[in-house]
Design a protein around this ligand. Structure first.
Ligand code: GTP
Ligand code: MG
Length: 200
């Protein structure tokens, strides 16, 4: 239920990282959350941890510009990645994010899974395909998490899910199960927690 202790110990923001040498020690099971700007990454982390304003959810796309590390109990890091596909971000900043993202995904030994968030209203876009290819190349298993399910009727969700399955078929690093969530309504949150809990 809401507010219950979800991880073995407190959940806290640890640090925002802008370069590889700023990464915290790789001493825990780590999962990261990737997705287009505004897809709902920060909101999902808030919902998973039961902490409303932990990962600052914002209406301003591209606000989360660092790799944000959250300690979830003693055993896990939850990692909020910079949103991609935000056209108005300055080119130099985009290039810097991409370089950092590439280095992080290919070099982080304790990274167990990436969750690629896809907006239920939009399905998989070209920029999502790009991140999926990067995950393939980095040999990071990734799993799609649909966000904002509360905004789409069930009948329309089925069509979007078909499109997502079609896209996933092309990616060797993809994990077949798609998790449908709404951070707003709490849908799928328990499922996602259970998935994270099984990673070793
Ligand atoms: P960046 O950090 O800018 O990349 O964005 P983000 O992916 O972290 O998105 P964020 O969590 O800030 O959410 C963006 C907007 O979508 C906010 O206005 C949220 O309130 C809204 N939002 C997030 N999740 C949901 C959801 O499940 N349902 C609905 N209806 N709105 C959501
Ligand atoms: Mg964010």
């Amino acid at each position: 239920e809401k507010g219950r202790l979800l991880f073995a110990g407190p959940v806290d923001f640890l640090k925002g990282v802008v370069a590889m040498d700023g990464l915290p020690p790789a001493d825990r099971i780590e999962v990261c959350f990737a997705g287009r700007s505004n897809v709902g990454k920060s909101s999902l982390i808030n919902a998973l941890t039961g902490r409303k304003a932990l990962a600052r959810a914002s209406n301003t796309p591209g606000r989360t510009q660092e790799i944000n590390f959250f300690t979830a109990g003693t055993d896990h890091y939850l990692v909020d990645l910079p949103g991609y596909g935000y056209a108005e971000a300055p080119v130099a900043i985009v290039a810097n994010w991409q370089e950092l993202l590439r280095a992080y995904l290919s070099g982080r030994q304790t990274l167990r899974r990436a969750f690629v968030l896809i907006d239920m209203r939009h399905g998989v876009k070209a920029v999502d395909e790009e991140i999926m290819r990067l995950l393939d190349r980095s040999a990071v298993t990734f799993q799609v998490v649909m966000t904002k399910a509360d905004k789409v009727k069930a009948a329309d969700q089925a069509k979007v899910l078909d499109q997502v399955r079609g896209a996933l078929a092309k990616h060797p690093a993809s994990y077949p199960e798609i998790v449908v969530t709404s951070s707003e309504k709490g849908e799928g949150i328990e499922t996602l927690r259970a998935i994270i809990a099984t990673l070793e």
